[in-house]
Design a protein around this ligand. Structure first.
Ligand SMILES: [Zn+2]
Length: 278
């Protein structure tokens, strides 16, 4: 299974950072890469509503999709200049997605975080600083998860929309201890069925085709994107157009048990006696 922006050796990890500053990311782009980032030829799509069921989930195992159903998830944002364009495209197709935000990014861009929630999308968390939790002590990992949840919740404050107790492991790097604790605390751990690998330096068209091919092979699933890449912005209209043509519908995930404060956050206390490094 691919990672959530897993670094690809020997390339440095450029495209999936906790830094919300797009200029920082752009500064890494070499001219050769920039040439690959040319936008797709302008295509005229006629968006149509492809929204499907709304699925209220209390736990990960509640996410059971039927053939032809997809869930759209976007990690690592919100990112100015990228997330708003993605929201516009989702609106064109009448669909709602789940955004697993970094606490650091939500903290840096609270208005944008609220805009996502106010658009009817589900907002969960993805740690504070996008660290590989399997490399931390249990205590450190829990602190990182909680810090991320709290930062996302704080960013949404005043929006009238609460953060969902939805969580995705950075790099999809989990431990049994952390997964069990999250699930026992009432969190919904969002796994990935189809990794778009939109963090590869492929063209938008390649990302769209790869994702559709994997979806067609599987028939349904939770799709992983990142709302921090221009290629993801560029590929989304063509991708959703293909979903429409092929008859897929987009399932909206919502929390059944309310916001993150409706449950017991995992706490440092739960890790006592289990504080050895995993
Ligand atoms: Zn991520």
């Amino acid at each position: 299974m691919g990672g959530c922006a897993k670094p690809i050796s020997p390339e440095p990890r450029l495209t999936d950072t906790a830094r919300p500053d797009p200029i920082t990311t752009s500064a890494y782009v070499s001219p050769a890469v920039a040439r690959m980032e040319q936008p797709l030829p302008v295509e005229i799509f006629t968006p149509r509503n492809i929204s499907g069921r709304t699925l209220a989930v209390a736990t990960t195992s509640d996410i059971v999709l039927k053939p032809g159903e997809v869930v759209l998830t976007f990690d690592d944002g919100p990112r100015p200049g990228k997330t708003p364009a993605i929201l516009d495209t989702l609106e064109d197709y009448g669909v709602k997605a789940t955004f697993l935000m970094l606490g650091s990014a939500a903290e840096a861009n609270p208005r944008l975080a609220r805009k996502v929630a106010e658009g009817g999308h589900t907002v969960g968390s993805h740690t504070y600083g996008h660290v590989d939790l399997s490399k931390l002590t249990r205590q450190e990992a829990i602190n990182e998860i909680v810090k991320g949840e709290e930062a996302v919740a704080a960013a949404l404050a005043g929006s009238g929309k609460a953060a969902a107790p939805f969580f995705r492991f950075p790099y999809l790097s989990q431990t049994g201890f952390l997964r069990t604790n999250l699930l026992q605390s009432g969190a919904v751990v969002l796994d990935v069925d189809i990794d778009s690998k939109d963090y590869y330096r492929d063209s938008a068209a390649v990302v769209a085709q790869r994702t559709i091919s994997r979806l067609d092979a599987r028939g349904s699933g939770i799709i992983l994107f990142h709302d921090i890449h221009q290629r993801t912005v560029d590929m989304l209209p063509a991708f959703l157009d293909q979903l429409a043509r092929k008859g897929y519908t987009v399932v909206r995930l919502v929390p059944r048990n309310g916001n993150i404060f409706g449950r017991d956050l995992i706490t440092a206390g739960m890790a006592q006696g289990n504080a050895e490094q995993l």
